[in-house]
Design a protein around this ligand. Structure first.
Ligand code: UFG
Length: 329
């Protein structure tokens, strides 16, 4: 029996494929390669295509014996989601509907879902618990919440059980050095800071120095991508034990400001990282920190790489060895 990984050529997807492969799982990957990279796939069988292509998905489910799905495939740029919401409803929400319909048709009853802290919006309190209010401040988060709710009703009607994993800020790279973070365009803090360290950017623009935090910059909860990958495997195991659907936050429970991230990156890289302070980026909450107690207790999740310095060092090793990412020189 195989695990189907949608979006398995993407950043978190490829690290999860690597972890599944290390564990000896049979893996089938579906990716349209719009954001993903063929070279990021370290195991399994790749089908290049789109979830919204019914005949394609039917073919994948018919050709393989799939017992569980891990669903990453989605657009995930907060800014873009605000200027082009239709793209996010179409690819994320409609794509998930197509996937669930195909699972139902082919009798596949388990799905692990790639969700986000953006489902909460501006938090009422930190650390954030899964039971806290969900009121997204951007279309991206809204579509992820809609996808979660869709899964709930497919569970009620068709018995397709789900585990939704709400990640906080994923960072870092695989310990093998073979895979890492490579988005185009890049919008995330850690890779942008490291690109500045490499001299690929003149500076890092810090968005807002007037937040009500200790040093005025936004605070986030950074979690190593391989720890996220491990959580997906624990979630598949939970569903294979026939336990109920659930939602889990995944974060380290520790907050670091943008300035602290830059300082740690300076220490790790031993390079100059020039900073320019700019206006706030719209839609950025001041502080996002996860309570991951539920994931620890119910999934047995134990992040192993939880020092931010180590997370940034693993990302730095990837950036040093692959300054152009997956692009061929
Ligand atoms: N930041 C900068 N300069 C940059 C990039 C980011 O100052 O060039 C700041 C942001 O304003 C924010 C922090 O660094 O305060 C982290 O920003 P990221 O873009 O790296 O991450 P976000 O916290 O905005 O977003 C992440 C995921 C989203 C997810 C969100 C949940 O990337 O997919 O967490 O809140 F929706």
């Amino acid at each position: 029996m195989a695990v189907l990984v949608t979006g398995g050529a993407g950043y978190i997807g490829s690290h999860t494929v690597a972890a599944l492969h290390e564990r000896g799982e049979e893996i089938v990957i579906v990716d349209n390669l719009q954001q993903g990279h063929r070279d990021a796939i370290l195991g399994g069988k790749l089908y290049v295509g789109d979830l919204r292509d019914e005949a394609f998905l039917d073919h994948v489910f018919s050709e393989n014996e799939i017992d569980s799905v891990i669903h990453f495939a989605a657009n995930s740029l907060v800014g873009e989601s605000m200027t082009n919401p239709g793209k996010y409803y179409h690819n994320n929400v409609y794509g998930t509907l197509c996937l669930l319909e195909a699972m139902n048709k082919h009798g596949v009853k388990r799905i692990v879902f790639s969700s986000t802290a953006a489902t909460y919006g501006e938090p009422e309190r930190v650390p954030i618990a899964e039971s806290d209010r969900t009121m997204p401040t951007n279309t991206y988060g809204e579509t992820k919440l809609a996808m979660e709710k869709m899964m709930k009703w497919f569970d009620t009607a068709h018995g397709i059980r789900y585990v939704s994993l709400r990640y906080f800020n994923a960072a870092g790279a695989h310990e093998s050095g073979k895979i890492g973070e490579d988005h185009s365009p890049e919008t995330h803090l850690v890779p942008i800071v490291l690109q500045a360290a490499l001299g690929q950017r003149s500076h890092i623009s810090v968005f807002g120095e007037d937040y009500s935090t200790e040093d005025g910059t936004c605070v986030r909860d950074y979690v190593h991508v391989s720890d996220l990958a491990d959580a997906h495997i624990l979630a598949v195991d939970r569903l294979r034990r026939e336990e109920a659907s659930a939602i889990y936050n995944l974060g380290s429970g520790q907050g670091f400001s943008v300035k602290q991230v830059i300082d740690i990156a300076r220490a790790v890289t031993e390079r100059d990282i020039p900073v320019v302070y700019e206006a706030r980026r719209s839609g950025d909450p001041a502080v996002l920190i996860a309570s991951s107690e539920r994931a620890r207790q119910e999934l047995g999740w134990e992040p192993k790489r939880d020092k931010l310095e180590d997370i940034i060092r693993s990302a730095w090793q990837w950036h040093l060895a692959n300054p152009q990412g997956y692009a061929k020189a």
